[in-house]
Design a protein around this ligand. Structure first.
Ligand code: NAD
Length: 247
């Protein structure tokens, strides 16, 4: 579904991002996975090499908050493969802090990565995609971007803003043939979820109509669809993949 396409996936070293990287590679794309550190990037590349497939994959670890480093990393990808068709803005961190003792610097950190870095990477991608005739940007939102959550308000606030950025950039970039969408996963089996206490997870699972949490591969399928030409007339959409958790 992605033959001859080139993609960048931020937060591609594990969890949902790693599942997206694998799904894109399996579907013929060349993929640059971005992580926060050399060690985790190398580990992800090593895991992919063990599959014994002829994947075209590279790994980089720019500071996503630094426009200069992000542009340099994108340039490296262009230098190697010549174009950029798909950007997945997936890197993100979560929080459960109560408003009563939430540190302003922690609130700022979450907005910096979950929102500001999405803006920085999207800007770098749009500057490449417009002159080449188009492209696709997909952001990782969250089910809490639609309903909020009862603790750690910085996280849903960042994801509400990601939805706003998604819908706005879709309107702005449509004329340049750049589609911009988001995937809003529900509770998905990754390290981020493994770190949550049982008393947080259990009531959520009980309330999900499908009575289970999602698998990263199920979320990655939504990214594959939106990245592919099957979604050629879809832009500005926030696609929930959450078992109807909060609908
Ligand atoms: P994860 O913790 O397993 O992976 C996070 C990824 O982000 C890693 O690749 C990590 O290297 C990268 N990352 C973290 N901090 C970074 C930084 N400062 N700079 C660069 N990269 C950094 O998380 P996940 O559950 O796979 O989450 C991925 C995305 O999905 C996030 O945006 C998250 O908000 C969203 N999400 C997750 C769930 C869930 O249930 N797991 C639900 C809804 C949305």
């Amino acid at each position: 579904m992605l033959k001859n396409k080139t993609a960048i996936v931020t937060g591609g070293t594990r969890g949902i991002g790693f599942a997206v990287v694998k799904k894109f590679l399996e579907n013929g794309a060349k993929v640059a996975l971005f992580g926060s550190r050399k060690e985790t990037v190398d580990k992800a590349l090593e895991e992919l090499s063990k599959e014994g497939k002829e994947y075209e994959v590279m790994g980089l670890y720019p500071d996503l908050g630094d426009p200069g480093q992000v542009t340099a990393a994108f340039d490296e990808v262009i230098g190697k493969w010549g174009r950029l068709d798909i950007l997945v803005n997936n890197a993100g961190i979560s929080a459960r802090d109560s408003i009563y003792d939430y540190k302003p610097e922690d609130f700022k950190n979450i907005i910096d990565l979950n929102l500001n870095s999405v803006f920085i990477s999207s800007q770098a991608a749009a500057r490449i995609m417009k002159p080449q005739g188009g492209g696709v940007i997909i952001n990782t939102s969250s089910m809490v971007s639609l309903y909020g959550q009862a603790a750690g308000s910085g996280y849903p606030a960042s994801k509400f803003a990601v939805n706003g950025l998604t819908r706005s950039l879709a309107r702005e970039l449509g004329k340049d043939n750049i589609r911009v969408n988001a995937v809003a996963p529900g509770v998905t089996r990754t390290d981020m979820v493994a770190a949550l206490p049982e008393q947080v997870i259990k009531p959520i699972m009980d309330s999900i109509p499908l009575r289970r949490i999602g698998e990263p591969e199920e979320v990655a399928d939504a990214f594959l669809f939106l990245a592919s030409d099957m979604a050629s007339y879809i832009t500005g959409e926030i696609l929930s993949v959450d078992g109807a958790a909060m609908s």
